[in-house]
Design a protein around this ligand. Structure first.
Ligand code: UD1
Length: 417
């Protein structure tokens, strides 16, 4: 077990380079299972979730080299009984769409709930059903098979990111046309679709609320560069806003972080946009506002915990309304240990800004909750110890190295636990 020791109140100055997007590379890696050829994926973040996905692909027989880029060949993969490793990351459920597309059948552990909510997969299964797949669940394992996958029309009752990706993966080599209505529009879906289109798939409408997939017979190997991670970028922007300083955040697509930029401006933080970067300047005094999480292009749920942490030390009161996940306020108990004044009722948190936060011993309860604690710790008086940082390592590449390079006092140590 490792923990971070963070001493706060050091201004953040300089520049930080953003890595490739975790939520893009995971579905793209799943998609390689459809391609009996070599693919090269560039701008891949070195994250524990990425290593887990690679282990899973190797389990099915993929040949993988991961240096600066990932070179992967899925020519000789086999369909197998599910590996226990799929339980380590929820994104492994995307293997279902890809394996179903490649082999016409798949057997997989049903994903359980997690710290941020139940996270059912009913919409994924509804989509596979529309494509003609039969499904049965026994002993926590789902078996899905179809003699032929045929295109069909799927309506998603909620624009689920994972369901949209999984149904695309199953539909890419189905017979005929699949239409996914009320689908998710996140940039990571466009990135996966772009990867598949280069490989020969016929997908239109990615980024809109209706995606059309015309089935093709086969796909070929391609080279692809993953888009920048908008949530990593947002997290560093908030760190600067809360602690103070001036920092250029490089390798961003500013359209993808619009709600974050505009919310920071509402909070009187200066954000300058240029072609591939944003510059955030702050004295550390921010004015609280309200936020409501929504599917893209709304305010991202993956930035909610970090904004709540930022507002803990803001001026005035802000209301946070979490509409996407039902249990995404685990960070608040930890923020309170640092002196935050936040009350929660159902899916709403009322944040009354305090003048200063104080260092404390806290624990990350999930990936973004961990990022929120780093933001608070950097802005707090004194020293904070953050435990369970394996959650943070799932989604932030070399976070302490990047923060140290801009003046933060953060170190990783082994904990006795
Ligand atoms: C993805 C992201 C995650 C982000 C989330 C929402 C990846 C690897 N993860 O997760 O970081 O927080 O999008 O932007 O890309 N739902 C159902 N039934 C389903 C599927 C989802 O009810 O079949 C519900 C979920 O419980 C949740 C909501 O829909 O309340 C959104 O979930 P979804 O968009 O599917 O999130 P993920 O794809 O799991």
């Amino acid at each position: 077990m490792e923990k971070f020791i963070v001493t706060g109140r050091n201004k953040i100055n300089g520049s930080i380079d953003i890595s490739g997007s975790k939520n893009s590379v995971l579905p793209i890696l799943a998609a390689t299972l459809l391609i009996p050829d070599t693919c090269v994926i560039n701008n891949v973040p070195k994250l524990s979730d990425v290593y887990t996905m690679i282990e899973l692909l190797k389990y099915y027989g993929a040949e993988v080299e991961f240096n600066d880029s990932i070179k992967i060949n899925c020519s000789n993969i086999e369909n197998k009984a599910p590996s226990d490793k799929v339980k380590d990351i929820r994104a492994s459920f995307l293997l279902v769409g890809a394996l179903l597309g490649r082999f016409g059948k798949v057997s997989m552990f049903m994903p359980g709930g997690c710290n941020i909510g139940q996270r059912p997969v009913d919409l994924h299964l509804k989509g596979f059903g529309v494509l003609g797949a039969n499904q049965s669940i026994e002993g926590g394992i789902i078996d899905i098979s179809a003699k032929y996958l045929n295109g069909g029309e799927v309506y998603l009752d909620f624009p689920s990111v994972g369901a949209t990706e999984n149904i695309i993966l199953a539909a890419v080599m189905a017979k005929g046309r699949t239409v996914i209505s009320n689908c998710a529009t996140e940039p990571e879906i466009i990135d996966m679709a772009d990867f598949l289109i280069k490989a020969g798939a016929k997908i239109s409408g990615a980024g809109s609320d209706t995606i059309v997939v015309e089935g093709v017979d086969c796909l070929k190997g391609v080279e692809h560069k993953v888009i920048p991670d908008r949530i990593e970028a947002g997290t560093f922007m908030l760190a600067v806003a809360g602690t103070g300083g001036k920092c250029r955040i490089n390798n961003v697509i500013s359209e993808h972080i619009k709600p974050i930029i505009l919310k920071l401006r509402e909070m009187e933080v200066d954000v300058e946009e240029s072609e591939n970067s944003v510059i955030v300047s702050s004295e550390g005094n921010i004015v609280n506002t309200d936020i409501k999480t929504m599917p893209y292009p709304g305010f991202p749920t993956d930035m909610q915990a970090q904004f709540t942490a930022l507002m803990a030390k803001g001026i005035g009161t802000g209301v946070v309304n979490e509409t996407v996940f039902e249990n995404r306020f685990m960070h608040i108990g930890e923020l309170k240990k640092m002196g935050a004044n936040i009350t929660v009722e159902g899916r709403t948190a009322v944040v009354r800004g305090v003048e200063a936060l104080a260092g404390a011993e806290v624990e990350a309860t999930d990936l973004r909750a961990g990022a929120a604690l780093i933001i608070s710790a950097l802005a707090a008086e004194g020293t904070t110890e953050i435990g369970h940082i394996h959650y943070i390592d799932r989604g932030y590449e070399m976070i302490e190295k990047k923060l140290k390079s801009v003046g933060c006092d953060i170190k990783r140590v082994r904990s006795e636990e």
